[in-house]
Design a protein around this ligand. Structure first.
Ligand code: TRP
Length: 338
């Protein structure tokens, strides 16, 4: 039996090249070796986008097209939408009793996300979303969770919850392992974390013109004013893109920059060209899938069906372990006749 993986994305819009380097590429590779479940976590978007739910359906479509166009394959893996699996909400209810408030309040990712959310106060669901994420992972009894390092606290929380449940009731859940990709996170065009909200991302669906324009505007080594100033590739955002997408030229570019032999304009043109070359086949596949909505429909239908089947089995095991099986009671068998 193949080991199981669960991972996925929040549908907040199209995915960017940072997602590719940090996780999508890895997912494509893992599909043969593991039984992969990929979640589109729409409930989790409510934490910080509660009033924009009319955009969620479109974002789900974007994520699905991005997934398909990079080679995540519904013939090998199971795609599903979080809100279509009611058992996840049920399991969240059970797990919520196994986490202290203090434990949730220590989660560094939740704290950081709240800070950047611009919200004035934190909802119960925002503080508790790692519990819901534990249910995402454990509803299919997943063994491995490939994530970015920002999600490590959530996987740690998931492990604690699984251990707690197993020790109070019985061994229903595996203790899942996190797997963090080795690639350093790609910076955004301005050097901060690449994200939609920062407006500093290159999207997988960007046109060649958009990529040229965005890379042309990117911030490089601020100490370089003239093209022949000596540069510092180690602090340059564009150099990070060469590292990720320009394996053959990257060491030459590093030297040329340090010696002031290549200017930022030429270096950026080169970076935009290699990013476009990388994106071209992805764009092509995206256009193919856009023309065949039936593939998306079938991927979701069969993915949701399979996830429901696994989730119902997990909840059956959970209820059994918790002595929440009331068939006899409901059938009236537990009452003394009379
Ligand atoms: N929190 C993840 C992110 O923002 C998305 C996510 C939701 C997830 N549920 C998950 C990731 C379960 C891994 C496993 O990127």
């Amino acid at each position: 039996m193949k080991k199981r993986i669960l991972t996925g994305d929040r549908p907040t819009g199209p995915l960017h090249i940072g997602h590719y380097v940090g996780s999508l590429e890895n997912r494509v590779r893992l599909q043969d070796e593991y039984d992969c479940f990929f979640i589109i976590a729409d409930y989790q978007v409510l934490t910080d986008h509660l009033k924009e739910t009319e955009q969620t359906e479109q974002s789900i479509k974007e994520v699905l097209l991005d997934w398909l166009s990079v080679g995540m394959d519904p013939a090998k893996s199971t795609f599903f939408i979080q809100s279509q699996i009611p058992e996840i909400a049920e399991l969240t209810m059970v797990f919520s009793m196994m986490v202290t408030l203090a434990r949730l309040q220590r989660n560094p990712t939740v704290k950081e996300e709240f800070k950047t959310s611009g919200l004035h106060a934190m909802s119960y669901g925002f503080l508790g979303y790692p519990v819901s994420q534990a249910a995402d992972i454990l509803i299919v009894r997943s063994n491995l969770v490939p994530v970015g390092d920002d999600n490590l606290p959530h996987v740690e929380q998931t492990r604690e919850i699984a251990r707690t449940f197993n020790s109070i009731f019985s061994e229903v859940f595996p203790i899942p392992e996190a797997q963090v990709g080795e690639v350093a996170r790609l910076p955004g065009l301005n050097g901060q974390k690449m994200s939609k909200s920062m407006n500093n991302a290159i999207y997988l669906k960007d046109t060649p013109e958009e990529v040229d324009q965005k890379v042309g505007m990117a911030i490089t080594d601020p100490a370089r004013i003239k093209a022949n100033d000596t540069g510092h590739p180690d602090i340059c955002n564009i150099f990070k893109y060469h590292l990720a997408f320009n394996k053959t030229e990257v060491s030459d570019i590093e030297k040329s920059c340090q010696q002031g032999k290549i200017g930022c304009v030429a270096c950026k043109k080169n970076a935009a060209a290699v990013i476009n070359a990388f994106l071209d086949p992805i764009r092509e596949k995206r256009a193919e899938f856009e023309a065949k909505p039936r593939i998306i429909k079938n991927a979701l239908r069969t993915g949701i069906e399979r996830t429901l089947k696994e989730s119902r089995e997990t909840m059956r095991l959970v209820r059994e372990a918790m002595h929440f099986n009331y068939e006899d009671l409901i059938d009236g068998k537990n009452f003394i006749a009379g």
